[in-house]
Structure formats: structure tokens, C-alpha cells
Design a protein around this ligand. Structure first.
Ligand SMILES: Cc1cc2nc3c(=O)[nH]c(=O)nc-3n(C[C@H](O)[C@H](O)[C@H](O)COP(=O)(O)OP(=O)(O)OC[C@H]3O[C@@H](n4cnc5c(N)ncnc54)[C@H](O)[C@@H]3O)c2cc1C
Length: 285
């Protein structure tokens, strides 16, 4: 779909699929954007989701996706790095492209990301979460990529291709697809240091001098995703209509808090989609 969608749903788990199906049922255009890893696939045995006694999480997820696909909804694969509220509409930075939508439903599950020392302090002053967005700032300069997501090596390769002096740090083996010219450190980044801006990162026992560090996690904390979003104990704060503190931005599923269960995620997806549709109607579009 080109042009502005009515509703962008971020996340293709039970909450996101439910939101997309129900937004469509309300006659709205939908884009479903998902990096693709739902928690549900890890469930060996689900026996508390009504109507599907003794089913695996993988099978149940397949059934949800088949239902959505039958209505013409399939997730566009990629990570949303940023959601910008622009007063009346939103711009989403999605897999290297900009997606526009009148309303957004966040259905991003739980973010397990734990911040490291210096991360918040140097955000925007050497700490970045997006190679595509900020890579050009480091052309001809040094940057450490801390690869926590499966696509991190590709991001490091991209930075190298635009002239950044990249070092790749990640626990475990050197990724096979990492360009041979990029040095590899088999350690996590544990601390970011500097004065005013980043000057080095600590990996293992060593300090590595650098101008910047790209932290490439699978999960992005909701407050990193949307500037100004209110949370409570790490979960997105919503009202009974799944409305966040930002007009036009709704949230559903595990990301809004306990109980972290499929039935709640599916139910909240429905409420969020209906509330988003009503919000769009109130804009008079
Ligand atoms: C081992 C295990 C067993 C479980 N067993 C049960 C059970 O028996 N019964 C039960 O009710 N529940 C069970 N659960 C919990 C259930 O899986 C969750 O409650 C449910 O998956 C929540 O759905 P969700 O859509 O909110 O989040 P998720 O299923 O986590 O989906 C989140 C989606 O958002 C996407 N995403 C996240 N960030 C971004 C981003 N920045 N850009 C794009 N996409 C993004 C992810 O890729 C994913 O597709 C179990 C969970 C686990 C781990």
C-alpha cells in the first residue's frame, strides 16, 4: 500500500493480528509491521485459550496468521525503530522506509532490553539504535556495533559500506555474513563512557575508543520507540479504550502489562482497533 494508511499496527503477535483483523472489519486501511518473533511460538502446550484445547503455540499462531491472510492481511517484515507523533498523523521509521498512518496500535509484546551504564546519558550523543538513520553521522569516524539482533551483521556491513570504521561486538561466534574487513570482538558491551559525548565502550575487560556505538537489539523499549510515551513499571500506560497518553496512539497485549496471556492480547487488540477507528472517524477523514 502506498500513501497514508488509516492504522499502522506494530507487532504481528496475537494482539497485533487481532488489531489488524478488527481494524479491517471497521472498514479501515491497515499496515501490519512486524519484526516477526512472537513469544507464542515458544509455547509447547497452550490449554487455556478457549476453543483450542491442547494446541502448541506454533500451531495456534499459524491459525491466527491463516485467519488474517484469508482477509488479505499479512505482516510486512521488519523492525519499527521510531514512531513520531506529528499532530493528526504519525510517521514510522520502518525497515529503512517511512510509513505514514493516521493512528497507530503498538502490539510489541514485552521488551526484555536492559539498559547498560551510559546508554541513556549518551543517547543522541554517540548512542544510536538505527544504522540506517544515523550511519551517515559516522562516515570517516569510528563506531562500535553491538549486535544483539539477528540482522546486526547486515547493519554493520551497511555502515562499513558508507565509510564508517566499524568494529563488531557480540557474544559468541563471529557471524558468517559479517564482512571479513570488519574486526570482531566476542564480548558484550557492558558500559559506555565519555564526557559530553561517547569516547569509548567497555567490552570484556577492555576499553575500545570510538565516536559512537550502535546498540542493535531485537526488542526496543516503548519509550525509545515513541518519545514522550508514558509507561509504568516498563509497561505502556493505557486507559480502558487502550488509548495511551498520546492522541491516536493505542497499545494492546503484553506491552500493556499483566496478565501476559493470549486471550488478553487478542481482546485488547480488538478494543484498540475499534478505539483507533473511532478516533480516525472523529478526525473527520
Ligand atoms: C514459553 C511460553 C509459553 C506461553 N504459554 C502460554 C499459554 O499457555 N497461554 C497463554 O495465554 N499465554 C502463554 N504465553 C504468553 C503469550 O505467548 C503472550 O501473552 C502473547 O504472545 C502476547 O501477545 P502479544 O501480541 O502481546 O505479544 P507477542 O506475541 O510477543 O508479539 C509481539 C510482536 O511484536 C513484534 N515487535 C516487537 N517490537 C517490534 C518493533 N519495534 N517493530 C516491529 N515489530 C515488533 C514482535 O516481532 C512480535 O511479532 C506463553 C509465553 C511463553 C514465552
Amino acid at each position: 500500500m502506498s500513501g497514508r494508511a488509516d492504522i499502522a499496527v506494530v507487532g504481528g503477535g496475537p494482539a497485533g493480528l487481532s488489531a489488524a483483523v478488527n481494524a479491517l472489519a471497521r472498514g479501515k486501511t491497515v499496515r501490519l509491521l512486524s519484526s516477526g518473533k512472537t513469544n507464542l511460538k515458544h509455547a509447547e502446550n497452550v490449554d487455556n485459550y478457549l476453543g483450542f484445547y491442547k494446541i502448541t503455540g506454533g500451531e495456534l499462531m499459524d491459525r491466527f496468521e491463516e485467519h488474517a491472510a484469508a482477509l488479505g492481511i499479512s505482516a510486512e517484515k521488519g523492525k519499527v525503530l521510531n514512531v513520531m507523533p506529528l499532530g493528526g498523523y504519525f510517521m514510522l521509521n520502518f525497515a529503512g522506509q517511512i510509513v505514514e498512518a493516521s493512528a497507530v496500535v503498538l502490539a510489541i509484546g514485552t521488551a526484555k532490553a536492559r539498559e547498560i551504564a551510559g546508554e541513556a546519558e549518551f543517547l543522541g550523543r554517540g548512542v544510536s539504535y538505527c544504522a540506517t538513520c544515523d550511519g551517515m553521522l559516522y562516515r570517516g569516524r569510528k563506531a562500535v556495533v553491538w549486535g544483539l539482533a539477528p540482522d546486526s551483521a547486515e547493519e554493520a556491513n551497511f555502515l562499513h559500506s558508507i565509510g564508517v570504521q566499524v568494529v563488531f561486538a557480540a557474544k559468541g561466534e563471529r557471524p558468517e555474513n559479517l564482512k571479513p574487513e570488519i574486526p570482531f570482538i566476542p564480548e558484550a558491551v557492558s558500559e559506555i563512557v565519555g564526557e559530553g559525548s561517547v569516547s569509548a565502550v567497555r567490552t570484556g575487560g577492555d576499553l575500545i575508543e570510538t565516536d559512537g556505538v550502535f546498540i542493535l537489539r531485537n526488542a526496543i523499549a516503548p519509550t525509545t520507540l515513541v518519545p514522550g510515551l508514558e509507561t509504568q513499571n516498563g509497561f505502556i500506560r493505557v486507559d480502558s479504550r487502550m488509548q495511551t497518553n498520546i492522541p491516536g496512539l493505542f497499545a494492546a497485549g503484553d506491552c500493556t502489562g499483566a496478565p501476559l496471556q493470549i486471550a488478553k492480547a487478542v481482546g485488547e487488540g480488538l478494543i484498540a482497533a475499534q478505539a483507533a477507528a473511532k478516533y480516525i472517524d472523529s478526525l473527520g477523514k
